[in-house]
Design a protein around this ligand. Structure first.
Ligand code: ADP
Ligand code: MG
Length: 266
């Protein structure tokens, strides 16, 4: 699908770490796209190369082969600043306060200081972190740090948001709360999102489309259109089609060799 208006398009992307006998191929000929305003989830086994794909899109690593287009423009290897990015490990600056971490990211992205300050305070209140605005990151729990990192990506102005397991470190209830909150925000604003998760339910609840990756070296093994109308409610979880899709994705993610007879297929 070649369309210069896609928020993201990745063509034939491969990544091999280390040369010679130590070479490890992590991504193998990955092609995918995110249309403008589309919410796409990437799901794949742990260690398959999902975060590596984001590192390539975000310009933190160089592809071994392939091309990346953002907003229709082919980006240079290691070109940064083009996506609103939430890394898997919250990488907050330890010497800046919680509010300072968000403000700095917004200022780097070109938002005037006063506006950055006001938006930061307002949104910290909305995610229940208003009282932590002047604390330093080390004083926060892992889940709180993740919420700060999430806010930083949410408030960054780039049209494409890449979120790497944003709710992974949250307890089940906070996670549910954040999913619903993200969903309502997204439904009001329809930003383009590429979202890594290993939760099948989360992918089905949030996405327009789910891309399933294989074990490393990761390649696209299936694309699933998620047909549920929006706004989506929790009733989805008991829907028969929801459970069929869940089962289908679950079976795609089985470890190689699981379930089959010895020597049989898979
Ligand atoms: P996922 O996010 O799907 O769990 P990652 O992209 O983090 O997977 O990692 C995929 C594989 O690539 C892992 O085996 C990891 O050890 C390896 N890897 C990631 N970054 C590097 C690196 N800089 N050098 C060597 N190997 C790496
Ligand atoms: Mg990862």
């Amino acid at each position: 699908m070649s369309n210069e208006h896609n928020a993201l398009e990745v063509r034939g992307l491969s990544k091999t770490f280390n040369g010679g006998s130590q070479a490890k191929q992590v991504l193998k000929d990955v092609s995918l796209y995110v249309k403008t305003g589309e919410f796409v989830s990437l799901i794949g086994p742990s260690g398959s190369g999902k975060s590596t794909l984001f590192h390539l899109i975000g310009g933190l690593e160089k592809p071994t082969a392939g091309e990346i287009f953002i907003g229709g423009r082919r980006i240079e290897p290691l070109e940064r600043g083009l996506i609103a990015y939430m890394p898997q490990q919250a990488s907050l600056m330890p010497w800046l306060t919680v509010a300072g971490n968000i403000e700095m990211a917004l200022e780097i992205a070109g938002i005037p200081r006063e506006q950055a300050r006001a938006a930061t305070r307002e949104w910290l209140d909305k995610v229940g972190l208003g009282a932590e605005a002047d604390a330093y990151p080390h004083a926060l729990s892992g889940g709180m740090q993740q919420r700060v990192s999430f806010l930083r990506a949410l408030l960054s102005p780039q049209p494409l948001m890449c979120l790497d397991e944003p709710f992974g470190a949250l307890d089940a209830l906070t996670r549910l709360h954040m999913q619903r909150w993200l969903l309502s925000l997204w439904e009001a604003d329809r930003r383009s999102v590429l979202f890594i998760t290993h939760s099948i339910e989360e992918a089905l609840l949030l996405s327009d489309r789910i891309i399933v990756l294989s074990h490393a070296p990761a390649g696209v093994i299936r694309e699933i259109n998620v047909p549920f109308a929006r706004p989506r409610e929790e009733e989805l979880w008991t829907d028969q089609l929801f459970n069929e899709l869940k089962q289908e994705i679950y079976s795609l993610l089985q470890p190689v060799g699981a379930g089959g007879a010895i020597g049989g297929p898979l």
